[in-house]
Design a protein around this ligand. Sequence first.
Ligand code: ZN
Length: 1021
Amino acid sequence: MSPPAAAMSEFSMYRATPPGTPGSPFGSGVAKRKDDNKLRPAVAASPAGYQQMGSPAFATGPNQNPPPTEEQGYFPPQPPIQQSEQDMNNLTSQMGAVGLGVDHQAPHHRKKKDRHAYHNIEGPGGSSQAFNGVPQRGDATQFLNQNTPTPGGAQWTSPQITPAMSQFPAAAPTFSPANAASPMQYAARTGEPQGGAATTMNQGRVDPEQIPSVPRSRDAPAAYYLEHVYPTMEHHLPPPALTPFVAFDQGNASPKFARLTLNNIPASADALASTHLPLGLILQPLAPQQEGEQPIPVLDFGETGPPRCRRCRAYINPFMTFRSGGNKFVCNMCTFPNDVPSEYFAPTDPSGVRVDRLQRPELTLGTVDFMVPKEYWSKEPVGLRWLFLIDVTAESCNRGFLDGFCEGIMSALYGGKDKLDGEQSTERKLPPGAKVGIVTFDKELHFYNLSAGLEQAQMLVMPDIEDPFVPLSDGLFVDPEESKAVITSLLTQLPNMFAEVKNPEPALLPVINSAVSALAATGGKVVCSLAALPTWGPGRLFLRDDGNVHNTDAEKKLFTTEHPGFRKTAQKMVESGVGIDFFLAAPSGGYLDIATIGHLSATTGGEVFYYPNFHSPRDTLKLSHEIKHTVTRDTGYQALMKVRCSNGLQVSAYHGNFYHHTFGADLEFGVIDADKAIGVMFSYDGKLDPKLDAHFQSALLYTTSGGERRVRCSNIVASVSEGAAEAMKFVDQDAVVSIIAKEAAARMTEKSLKEIRGALTEKTVDILAGYRKNFSGNNPPGQLVLPENLKEFSMYILGLIKSRAFKGGKEPSDRRAHDMRAIKAMGPLELSLYLYPRIIALHSLDEKDGFANENGHLRMPDGVRASFSKVEEGGAYIVDNGQVCLLWLHAQVSPNLLEDLFGEGHNSLKALDPFQSTLPVLETHLNAQVRNILQYLSSSRGSKAMTLQLARQGLDGAEYEFARLLYEDRNNEAQSYVDWLVHVHRHIQLELAGQRKKEDPDSTLTSMGSNFVGLRTPYWG
Ligand SMILES: [Zn+2]
């Protein structure tokens, strides 16, 4: 089976360019990679808002410090750190006869016909075959090659993506052996040896430098995609999830919305089984887009709604084909020939293409929104109603949480305290039609009439929480702009109003039930703060985790809830189209029963923001940013989701946070937002035809926050091969890791953590051994051979095993339950960061790092591996896992660096304020660099805000978190990365020798136990 032609061309490219030549991000030519890229249309717009070199802030300031020259660096050159030497010696003994080797897969020869091509990129004159499964020659062909320019043609010199351009398929780079390969052609990794997996053995030693590096796997594609678009058809291996990129929708949905684990699918279940890989799809239907991408078009077909297949109800999409002169359309899912409704008719041209095709986004784009008529409504759609439920009990008041929460709401609605006075706010934060309401609670409920005509809000107390009702019909939900004065005055006064009351115990369930009644008619979103275990009133909760069930069978019960009241309310919320986000603070580190409270969020499609040791003012900025993010991110409500796939496949499981009535029913969401992803797994109910492509369509029916009822429809296509060898070349590592992580999280309530960790280990061995057995070609038996597209897979799984959800050792059940549900909901980008943090060294920044390059793109320094052996004496590091961002400072950090970063007088670790969460704005080069880098990092993450937490060596508790996040080291009661690879390799060898026992996970773990000398990392030891 031949791969898509684009990849084929890259193959010839690889063969023409030996590994290690300039241009290879993994070879010796690293430094030159950017210069060797000949095809470099500047596409991405410059990151907005970065401070530029030469800006007044530091170009002309009187206190100007000149940029440090190399001699003046903060960090003098040092001899190699002894740590790594020791590691090497340890490794030698650990490795024994084990060798690690590169995958030298035999080059694949091009078959005579590219009959399965996604795209033929031989240029305009080249012949192109239609997608398989598209009976009419011409349609898909014309689509795919539409406007494909010759290299160097007009489109390549076009400096910007314009909306008009992205109506059409992007230009395909035409690779020929005469052109140098770009970093991404390497990074696209079609399975050819490139020197990337150079985990070599040298006289019995393993060089830790040579094992696959996660930072390297991110940096090279990130550099490439600064200058290139990702065309969704031609390159059929998406960029790594953490890589910012501009997608060109060519009819196949952007990977931001949908990622398949395999972009080439084996024809049979048996063939798939030989890979041990899951066949799954990660969907993030409302994913945020990047500047430079075409907004998702909203298409209105009036009263009839979008055309759909009569048999399987699939929505019209670019892969449906027209025949009989345009009178019939053939469904790409079930092949049923439908009549084209008269109002949708357009004739076809002689090649079978509708003449209006290019004017029809639903026939050219992979992702569109359809407006839908009344038959899709369950309620009259209205603008989203936000109901803020504010905890005003003692703990919330005393710890500054109430203050922070009120400020956060104001910031979300009006852009922050500073903008309230005088200046008119320039833009609405919520779309017109959206409304807000405010309720406070302790052991009573307080509703507020916020009507614009009032001098100030009127409070109505509802003391009867046994049987509460909503005492307001008008004035509970108001337009936030019209009632701005009333709302801001109330939110400003609330902390003082309750400072004298201070009820110790909050009631929660009756409060939520009242909120649901208030929203029953319309649906909506609840945002609720809580700072103590709700021990008052009906449905009150108890301390379930006494810390004594760790490692027992009873432990998993703590990760779920059997509370009948909370379960019933969760179901009621989904039925009413209501979802909830919680902001939970445990100021004194106390137990909150997140398993029970968070059940409401998990079931309704909401989210929990958890501040396990809330400290004001340190955490108020994070709180405020996260409330703002919750309110302003793309949010839909009253949503249903359906995933369809080609004949021969069927959905076998869903993983995520939603309500699922019965298997086969649609997934239901009270709310769904831009950050939420769902995993869908497929099984075979027959054999696929390798001559046909496999199609997938996700359809999310939802109401926008502006009050429009729509269907967000994403279409995904994959080629099909008889065997699985092709599939291995089109594995999407992030999708595989996401599916496995989501499934593991789903098992936490049924299996012990030990069993799950054991299962993750087994799965890793299965996949890598399957590859070694079936696909890797001839390698010396002692070599560990990693599939090119799964090189970092083992590290990510190790990160998962070390995550708060699954790690060994003690961990409060609140944190595990929280992280478990977070993993189920995370998109691939957020998960990638969560499983392996990005670490940036600040003491050794190049002068140009953190500023725009000649094309206006921010120049980012390379990432540092997550190991203490990489930490340099005197160093300063940013460590960001998407949930927290630490600024770790070595005890011997240069006083100059501290002053440049924090300002004059801050010349020692002790002189720093341990509770600061941002950097001051200074006129120094380093300060501007770091603020720019932080801004970049804050633009590429999930739902959690980016604020700094100081971790000063020897001074701050956050240092423990720093050590925990060094996932390549031995920590979290699990092995180091190198030891882990050795362990996995040993089991692969046993499998190959037919001697592997599928031991029960417990004994696997026990046998590994001897490696667990203790919790102490090399760093602490
Ligand atoms: Zn159909």
